[in-house]
Design a protein around this ligand. Structure first.
Ligand code: NIG
Ligand code: FE
Length: 417
């Protein structure tokens, strides 16, 4: 046991550590000590000596609540301008997502809105979405570009992501998704657009240190395998991590390619052939499940959960927060949908928004479990068991979250001025 002075001791909580186990890793009546923003010690409260308690600068009594790792939302597109509720209505009247996209709506309609908006307007519109996500216990999230699709506007989106990052205690990871769709000025010339990404946009993104990963929408309405691979090669040359929107609407074999490039993750996967699951396992990729997009598109084809489980592929769960397929700002509702729609157990779903989501961002040594050495990011919940987090829709059982050892104050945070 340690006896040095440390910043804070959190006692009287049941800890859902998510560490070293396939299940919750619960420590009933636990305690957690924090120093310099990192977890110093985690264990049963009975093992905390009175002397150690005296050494704490601050002791927080959590009154029998439950503590999880801070949640990680590993796939979002929440920085954009405008709104596509009109397309939601069109789909309900019978139009389908791909037809709307082919007719110049979908992603392209958000691209128009982003190009017309100033950086400041995009930031003002995106901030409430970020705040809503954080209000659900998220302490780390990924945000993709992908609605600018030219040098000026992709950089504009990535700068907004950086500004949000600078003004919130949450950890934000930026991903460059220049290959989200072919922009109108390159219609019919997708290879030329891929070339523009590789020779012009990606190098600038890297020079300015605006993203740590690339992503591609590999799909019939996105980019084909060969185009995707060209972007992967450029990303690898620049030492960026790789992610992929794969098998969302058809089996394009993007997952096999992503695995070959040892991508951090392959995301969506509704149309993934179970026979390709071993490749994913061998590539060490996380399967990111996005039940919000499945739900909004009224999809019936489900990801091959049983095959993923059997192959031991880590499954993450995320909001996919975006204006088209998943206008979702609640990761807790994704816990529920991952269980009800995809058949994950509540423990698998919680692993999906903690340790597996951290792995999907390459941050598994930093966040995602309650363990000594990790960043002191946690969420404190008024629930009677961790199952409640997936069980209930609506309401907000989050008492508060802690980021880097400090309580997150929603009133006094995320103001970019
Ligand atoms: O993850 N599939 C591609 N990208 C997003 C949708 C973006 C949009 O419709 O604006 C997705 O579902
Ligand atoms: Fe997405």
């Amino acid at each position: 046991m340690f006896s040095e002075k440390y910043d804070s001791l959190w006692i009287n909580a049941h800890l859902v550590t998510m560490a070293d186990t396939d299940e919750y890793g619960i420590i009933k009546d636990g305690a957690i000590a924090v120093r310099d923003g990192r977890i110093l010690w985690v264990g049963p409260a009975k093992d905390v000596s009175p002397e150690v308690k005296l050494n704490a600068d601050r002791v927080e009594d959590l009154a029998g609540t439950w503590m999880t790792p801070g949640l990680v939302d590993c796939h979002t597109h929440l920085v954009y301008a405008g709104n596509r509720s009109n397309e939601f209505e069109m789909r309900l009247k019978g139009a389908d997502y791909q037809a709307i996209a082919t007719a110049g709506g979908g992603i392209t309609s958000t691209v128009r809105a982003v190009r017309e908006a100033s950086e400041e307007e995009i930031r003002q519109q995106s901030l409430p979405r970020l705040q809503a996500i954080l209000a659900d216990g998220v302490t780390t999230l990924e945000i993709k570009s992908g609605y600018g699709l030219d040098l000026e506007n992709e950089l504009k989106l990535l700068r907004v992501i950086k500004q949000l990052e600078a003004h919130t205690p949450a950890r934000i990871v930026a991903t460059f998704l220049g290959a989200h769709t072919v922009p109108p000025e390159y219609q019919g010339r997708p290879d030329d657009y891929v070339q523009l990404i590789i020779t012009s946009i990606l190098p600038e993104v890297v020079n300015r240190n605006l993203a740590s990963a690339v992503d591609v929408f590999c799909e019939t309405i996105g980019f084909n395998l060969e185009q995707t691979e060209r972007i992967f090669q450029a990303a690898r040359d620049k030492k960026l991590a790789i992610k992929l929107h794969a098998e969302q609407l058809s089996d394009s074999k993007g997952t096999v390619l992503a695995a070959r490039y040892q991508a951090l993750s392959a995301d969506h996967l509704e149309y993934l052939d179970p026979e390709d699951v071993p490749a994913l396992a061998n590539g060490g990729c996380v399967a990111v499940l996005l039940p919000g997009a499945f739900y909004y598109l009224n999809e019936t084809q489900k990801p091959p959960i049983q095959a993923l489980r059997a192959a031991g592929v880590p499954m993450a769960v995320s909001t996919d927060a975006n204006p088209g397929t998943s206008p979702v700002l609640s990761i807790r509702s994704m816990l529920n949908m991952a269980c009800v729609l995809f058949g994950l157990t509540p423990a698998e779903a919680l692993a999906g928004v903690t340790k597996h989501a951290a792995q999907a961002l390459g941050l598994q040594d930093e966040v995602g479990t309650l363990a000594a050495g990790k960043v002191a990011d946690f969420a404190v919940w008024d629930v009677s068991s961790p199952v409640d987090l997936a069980y209930q829709l609506g309401g907000n059982p989050l008492r508060f979250s802690v980021m880097g050892g400090r309580k997150y104050d929603p009133e006094n945070c995320c103001t970019c001025d």
